[in-house]
Write a protein that binds this ligand. Structure first.
Ligand code: 5AD
Ligand code: SF4
Length: 466
């Protein structure tokens, strides 16, 4: 793959100048609030957005109603994500009645959909700025223009995105960081809107990725997650993903993970990396989507169930304790009961640690949206419930097997359920909660697993002399 032109340094300089110009304006928003929807890619984009808004002299405001710039970073992978975004935006209209100076910005995947920006401009004239996925780097210029010209802007670039380097950033966490290695997707799975809204695959150079990882390491990162829609087709500077991973491993960051992998492209070289690399965690998200070869063919996944199962066999041979997770779609157009049962049997056969399950949601412009679909929604709901029940039972069994083990946990946060406990992940990716203080956040702690819950483990800290 394909490296794409990088947005010129001259253009980035122009945007930096706009940040300074916004900062110098007397009447400008002082506090921003970002709502991030969707996947880790959007979370990473929101860090860039936060960086740009900070450079424009604004500070983060955790309470949405108290902010004077509200930005929605949207998702459109399923219809409910879109409905949620639009519902929220309509609610903002009311807020703006009381706060006429409130600046409302909406961007990301949903606004990049064909015709969406024009529709929003017409139906929601109270939105000050609509931008897409390919022109995020122009945010400073747009904010400046809205403030000085007083007119709303709706601008989405149709051309495929370029690689943008050097945007400011405000990282959400110091010890746990996302690093983009590539953008876009060329796979065109027939249900998926991502290739249409995120554009063609393009990679960052290995040098840019390594430089960012080294900087994060020097800044205290204990764990990094390399991000791409399909990391296996990384091709920056002609390097393969596995090569990049070997080089990142040498930087000495304690924990490395990556997502997402496509089963058709998961090479033996990459599988072997799980046995060889010191810092690569034994965890892989490998979306299978369906267990029936006929459904996989109509999804344009370009692998078979047998291929997938063989990959899992190889992975477990190289790394017996690998934690595998997956995405599964239920009720793809034309999915018969037998075909659904094949998904159930695959789940029984593979035994994922966890799986994210979705009812198929038609997306305008994708091929599957044209496929006839005569399965009633209630039937799809029953199917997904059966799948969820099955996966929960398997997840619980997997978690129960961890009881009694000693694990090293990177503490991430105070537990949401119990303020006297903290939580973090094991190498395999299981979340463990254990009694401990917030001062442990960002540190590695040795924990003995004492019990298993539905989605998480409980443990107790092991003192060094034990
Ligand atoms: N309907 C339901 N689920 C979808 N996904 C992607 N597109 C759709 C759709 N149209 C799921 C896939 C993918 C995950 C991120 O979202 O399982 O792996
Ligand atoms: Fe969508 Fe398929 Fe690309 Fe994943 S690989 S982003 S499911 S088109």
């Amino acid at each position: 793959m394909k490296e794409r032109p990088i947005v010129s340094e001259q253009e980035m300089q122009r945007q930096r100048e706009y940040m300074v110009r916004v900062r110098a304006l007397e009447k400008r928003p002082k506090r921003y609030h970002i709502v991030t929807m969707g996947c880790q890619m959007n979370e990473r984009d929101s860090e860039s957005i936060a960086g740009m808004l900070s450079a424009m002299g604004m500070v983060n405001e955790p309470v949405r109603e108290q902010a004077d710039l509200i930005l929605y970073n949207t998702c459109c992978v399923r219809e409910n994500a879109e409905n949620k975004a639009l519902g929220n935006v309509i609610w903002l209209k009311e807020l703006k009645k009381d706060k006429p100076d409130l600046m409302i910005c909406v961007g990301g995947c949903m606004t990049q959909e064909k015709g969406m920006a024009a529709m929003m401009k017409k139906r929601y004239p109270f939105i000050d700025l609509v931008y897409g996925t390919h022109n995020l780097y122009k945010l400073p210029e747009y904010v400046y223009r809205v403030l000085t010209e007083g007119e709303p802007i709706a601008e989405v670039m149709d051309i495929d995105g370029e690689v943008v380097e050097g945007m400011p950033e405000a990282r959400r966490c110091r010890f746990n960081a996302f690093v983009n290695i590539m953008y876009g997707c060329d796979n065109f799975c027939t249900y998926c809107i991502v290739p249409y809204v995120r554009g063609r695959e393009r990679s960052r150079t290995p040098e840019a990725v390594l430089e960012e990882c080294a900087r994060l390491r020097d800044d205290g990162a204990q764990e990094i997650m390399l991000l791409g829609q399909n990391v296996n087709s990384y091709g920056g500077g002609g390097a393969r993903f596995a090569e990049l991973l070997y080089r990142v491993d040498q930087l000495g960051i304690p924990r490395i993970r990556f997502m997402t992998s496509h089963p058709k492209d998961l090479s033996d070289e990459l599988i072997n990396a799980f046995g060889e690399l010191k810092h690569l965690m034994p965890q892989l998200h490998l979306p299978v989507q369906a267990g029936s070869n006929e459904v996989l063919r109509r999804m344009n996944r370009r692998y078979t169930r047998e291929h997938y199962v063989a990959l899992v066999g190889k992975l477990r041979k190289v790394c017996p304790d690998i934690g595998l997770t997956s995405d599964i779609i239920v009720g793809f157009p034309g999915e018969t009961l037998e075909q659904f049962e094949e998904t159930m049997s695959l789940v029984r056969e593979v035994r994922f640690d966890a799986a994210y399950t979705f009812i198929y949601s038609p997306r305008a412009g994708t091929r599957a949206a044209e496929y006839p679909d005569d399965t009633p929604y209630e039937v799809k709901s029953e199917r997904i419930q059966r799948l969820i029940d099955l996966q929960q039972a398997i997840s619980l069994e997997v978690l129960e097997k961890q009881v009694g083990k000693r694990e090293r946990v990177l503490v991430e946060a105070v537990s949401t359920r119990d303020s006297m406990s903290v939580g973090g992940k094991t190498p395999r990716g299981h979340m463990v909660n254990f009694p401990g203080e917030a001062s442990l956040i960002g540190q590695f702690v040795d924990v003995e697993i004492t019990s298993a819950g539905r989605n998480t483990l409980r443990g107790r800290q092991i003192m060094t002399e034990e």
